[in-house]
Design a protein around this ligand. Structure first.
Ligand SMILES: Cc1ncc(COP(=O)(O)O)c(C=O)c1O
Length: 496
């Protein structure tokens, strides 16, 4: 793999799994902004998680599709033995499109319409109910499946965390009392096999939190068995394994997390005669998050009450900083003249007093900057008051780290800024130096943005296929009208 970028002295940094040269080569081929995901990194993360839980032979991670809903990635994850955790019809369709079926699909949704349950049932997915009232909702419409799971919300018994919130304020899951009622009711209604699920923390880098969720669920398996006479054969610990977004943050110790869960499994389940219970998880972020990067360019410098570095990417490409003030590290890669876009201004450093000599930039080092996009929203910021070791020049590349989960997928089209392309890359096995890229989603075009507007709208140039479809539709309509008129004439002639 290429050389690692070192943190500039004095500022904590994060290394990159590619060299400056490899990146500069990529931006010369693909227009920024774009997302790129490391195939090698994703595969090795899957294997690490599987290895950590190898004490449990039936362990499966159902990848939370919402994190990075791209079928090319789902296919890769399926090859690594992962299932799919879906929460909507579109996510079920994606899972289906890569050949996942039956108990390789988990359906953990909330406020779910019946057509989504119908699709999940048709695929034979494990259905994880978010509310007790949904037992009757399913029973009375499409019928209950043989296997049913319930999502538990421990309310005041657990603290939750910033992203997922205080459990008693969270809209997800059943209360403890409801949980016991639900198993009894589902059993009466003919359900044969059962699962139990909870997701109390999100983006968690503290193993004891995940272990506490496991202990809580394992104890419930025993209690529910005693109280309701129901055997729970699957415990789903949810997603939530975290990412060390900050450079000085320790990485999630997935090995000690898995060992802690194993200890609780032995202590609570095995000791009580429940040693056959299957343990599963539904992590998304941990798998793709650190293996994805949002690549952008510096397009402007602005100096008013603060220093701003403007990128050609915006919050629609990565919403987490704007939505939760989440930290994402940004590494700027100096770009040589031959790799600059043609319209790059000659004066590339407007923060420097004179011309853009390297000495000017050094003079400004360790100043703080807001790194921003171009949306008409003041929270369209990737970073606020971020100290930088040196000023990136206009045209330089910005690499936004850990953007592989809940990044592209949370995108939106406010201000008509279009969603970017996604690429999967790996180190060329032949040269061990070049990166090979595969586009797994094209960037949106204006034709995509305008495609949902009804009627033909003058002033908007459509993409060719769309224009062709419209012409065909007009021609088709014309033919129908013509045929109708001909028929009428003939009938009139006959009557006459
Ligand atoms: C029910 C459920 N499962 C799994 C996940 C995936 O979480 P993460 O990507 O943090 O692992 C989420 C995230 O929102 C979730 O709501």
């Amino acid at each position: 793999m290429g050389g690692e970028q070192k943190a500039p002295s004095g500022t904590p940094g994060k290394s990159l799994p590619f060299t400056d040269k490899q990146l500069i080569d990529a931006v010369q081929r693909f227009p920024t902004p774009f997302h790129m995901y490391s195939e090698d990194g994703i595969r090795s993360t899957c294997r690490r998680l599987k290895q950590a839980f190898s004490w449990s032979p039936s362990f499966t991670n159902y990848f939370a599709v919402k994190a990075t809903p791209n079928p090319h990635l789902l296919k890769l994850l399926k090859d690594e033995g992962l299932g799919a955790d879906c929460s909507s019809l579109a996510e079920l369709m994606l899972a289906e499109s890569v050949g996942l079926r039956g108990d390789m699909i988990m359906f953990t949704s909330n406020n779910t319409p019946i057509n989504e349950y119908q699709k999940a049932k048709q695929l034979g997915a494990i259905i994880n109910l978010d509310d007790i009232s949904h037992i009757d909702y399913l029973h009375d419409s499409i019928g209950l499946p043989e296997f049913l799971s319930f999502r538990y919300n421990p309310g005041p018994r657990r603290a939750g965390n910033v992203i997922i919130g205080d459990p008693k304020e969270a809209k997800f899951g059943l209360t403890r009392d409801q949980l016991f009622q639900a198993y009894t009711k589902a059993k009466q209604r003919g359900v044969k096999r059962f699962g139990l699920h909870a997701m109390v923390v999100s983006n968690c880098t503290e193993p004891s939190e995940i272990v506490a969720t496991a202990r809580m669920l394992f104890e419930l398996v025993v209690e529910i068995n005693k109280a309701c006479g129901v055997e729970i054969s699957m415990v789903n610990l949810g997603g939530g394994l975290g990412v060390n977004y900050k450079p000085d943050q320790a990485e999630m110790d997935v090995e000690s997390t898995a060992a802690g869960v194993a200890a609780e499994y032995d202590k609570v389940l095995k000791a009580n005669g429940f040693g056959a219970v299957r343990v599963v998880m539904e992590n998304g972020r941990f798998i793709t998050g650190p293996n994805g990067f949002l690549i952008a360019r510096v397009v402007h410098h602005k100096n008013t009450y603060k220093n701003y570095i403007g990128l050609d990417a915006n919050m629609a490409h990565l919403m987490r900083p704007g939505m939760y003030t989440a930290y994402h590290h940004v590494t700027f890669v100096p770009t040589p003249p031959e790799a600059l876009p043609k319209d790059t201004p000659k004066k590339r450093n407007l923060f420097a007093n004179k011309d853009d000599t390297p000495a000017d930039a050094v003079g400004k080092s360790m100043a703080v900057y807001d790194i921003v996009g171009g949306l008409c929203e003041n929270n369209d910021k990737f970073a606020i008051d971020r100290p930088l070791p040196s000023v990136p020049s206009i045209g330089d590349i910005a690499v936004i780290h850990d953007a592989g989960a809940h990044g592209h997928s949370m995108g939106f089209q406010y201000n008509g800024k279009l969603r970017s392309a996604e690429y999967l890359y790996k180190v060329d096995p032949a040269t061990k130096d070049r990166l090979v890229f595969r586009r797994i989603r094209r960037g949106e075009k204006y034709g995509d943005y305008f495609a949902t507007i009804d009627g033909i709208w003058p002033g908007v140039k459509m993409d060719l296929p769309m224009a062709a479809k419209t012409l065909l539709a007009i021609a088709g309509a014309g033919l129908c009208v013509g045929a109708g008129m001909l028929l009428q004439c003939r009938m009139a002639a006959k009557q006459a």
